[in-house]
Design a protein around this ligand. Structure first.
Ligand SMILES: CC(C)[C@H](C(=O)O)[C@@H](O)C(=O)O
Ligand code: SF4
Length: 468
């Protein structure tokens, strides 16, 4: 009998170019996404070595982290950001790589534009000098974040040195309740396994609640796999995956499509294949979730209370809770629904897609953003923005008092003008809540788009299950 393999095993095996005795492999890379932050030294390295980009047609570059989200016709004010963006433009031109600049309506966050263009395909290996490359795993692609020296290696050779990770399966059974979203599922998983729970593993997500998710929701789940410590996240492709990809600009067409489909249909873990670690969760029991601290694993239910330091199991844990409470300006023990917010950020590669904006718009339609709150919506790409505008979502947000911005990473991280002031508290749909992530001394609470939208209106966290 043939060996039973997981989806990860299958994609990995299909891309091995060379295997050393110690298990180190050289993997063929099908797709390389490039952004302005982690690529300058890589291109410089090629230049110094007199090398070309090996497969420019398998490489796609875009600016996202450093671009301002306000009127771009005036250029970029911040010197460092301007140089970063200009450098990518020049490198893309010099090395013959397709590039979406900040005026292009296809521009957006790198992990949003890949799937949009049909660049992200099942069964492929995808890399990008960015940790949230795991997002593309939603399509059944093996997608790794890589460092700048690896970016150079992939540009030059279209291969990457990798050792095989272990297999982990996260099964989410049951049906989500009303007001509970993909973001709540992944926050609950990280809360359960911890930020190191996936270390050394590739996680395959399975179960009814994962199958039920739209492609957008699956991307949200895979996006945050990296916050659970895993090397990559994967979801086996199915009809929803194929429907999402079909007719996208770079998707295979005609006979190529049929051949691709036949391959994609083999991309599932074999029944009975071995997983080194299996975690199960029931979606039916999940509440909307809010992070209270400075790690994505610091999760509580919307009807819960912020923990107190005394709840820590060890002195080290008590000290870390104390530090997080202090940074977050919380005393511990308060109900999370009593915590007032100053800012709301709806966007990022976690939750900046059309479905996210639809959910948020539906909740706030006809309502007003609280006087104490500054709220903004940053579509994940120019195409998401255009789609939202075609559906009139921008009007709903603007009428409610939200700002409606140009696409980019924005306030997900403080690398552009969008940032929190010291002490400001934000309900954010992004994926990281580390100290200073959204601005020096800024306080981030990670939530779903629905929870962020509702909090914008009430001025504090509120249970979206009570909103009809
Ligand atoms: C700037 C980039 C290298 C970084 C990452 O790797 O993830 C960023 O996208 C982030 O989300 O922190
Ligand atoms: S939106 Fe945030 S998490 Fe995603 S690539 Fe940009 S900075 Fe990183």
């Amino acid at each position: 009998m043939a060996e039973l393999r997981t989806l990860y095993d299958k994609i990995f095996d299909a891309h091995v170019v060379d295997r050393q005795d110690d298990g180190t492999c050289l993997l063929y890379i099908d797709r390389h996404l490039v952004h302005e932050v982690t690529s300058p030294q890589a291109f410089e390295g090629l230049r110094l070595a007199g090398r070309q980009v090996r497969a420019p047609q398998k490489t796609l570059a875009v600016v996202d982290h450093n671009v301002p989200t306000t009127d771009r016709s005036k250029g970029i004010q911040d010197e460092e950001s301007r140089i970063q963006v200009e450098t990518l433009a020049a490198n893309a031109k010099d090395f013959g790589i397709d590039y979406f600049n900040e005026q292009d309506n296809r521009q957006g966050i790198v992990h949003i534009i890949g799937p949009e263009q049909g660049f992200t395909l099942p069964g492929t290996t995808i890399v990008c000098g960015d940790s949230h490359t795991s997002t593309h795993g939603a399509f059944g692609a093996l997608a790794h974040g890589i460092g700048t020296s690896e970016v150079e290696h992939v540009l030059a050779t279209q291969t990457l040195i990798q050792s095989k990770a272990k297999n982990m399966q996260v099964v989410v059974d049951g049906k989500r309740g009303e007001g509970v979203f993909a973001k709540d599922i992944i926050l609950a998983i990280i809360g359960k396994i911890g930020t190191a729970g996936g270390t050394g593993h590739v996680i395959e997500f399975a179960g009814e609640a994962i199958r039920d998710l739209s492609m957008e929701g699956r991307m949200t789940v895979c996006n945050m796999t990296i916050e659970g410590g895993a090397r990559a996240g994967l979801i086996a492709p199915d009809e929803k995956t194929y429907a999402f990809i079909k007719d996208r600009p770079r998707a295979p067409k005609g006979a190529d499509w049929d051949a691709a489909l036949r391959y994609w249909e083999t991309l599932q873990s074999d029944e009975g294949a071995h997983f080194d670690k299996v975690i199960r969760l029931d979606a039916a029991n999940l509440p909307p979730i809010v992070t209270w601290g400075t790690s994505p694993e610091d999760v509580i239910s919307i009807d819960g209370r912020v923990p107190t330091a005394e709840q820590g199991a060890s002195e080290a844990k008590r000290a870390s809770i104390r530090r997080a409470l202090d940074y977050m300006g919380l005393s511990g023990g308060e109900k999370i629904t009593d915590v007032a917010i100053d800012r709301v950020f709806i966007g990022s590669c976690t939750n900046g897609r059309i479905e996210d904006l639809r959910v948020a718009a539906r909740l706030i339609e006809g309502k007003r953003v609280s006087d104490r709150v500054n709220a903004m919506v940053v579509p994940g790409s120019g195409l998401v923005k255009a789609q939202a505008e075609a559906e009139g979502l921008d009007k709903i947000f603007l009428a409610a008092g939200f700002e409606w911005r140009e696409p980019g990473c924005s306030m997900c991280l403080a690398m552009n003008p969008d940032r929190l002031a010291p002490g400001e508290r934000c309900a954010s749909t992004s994926n990281r809540n580390f100290e200073g992530r959204q601005g020096f001394k800024g306080r981030t609470h990670l939530v779903s788009p629905a929870m962020a939208a509702a909090a914008a209106v009430t001025g504090h966290f509120v249970d979206v299950r009570d909103w009809h």
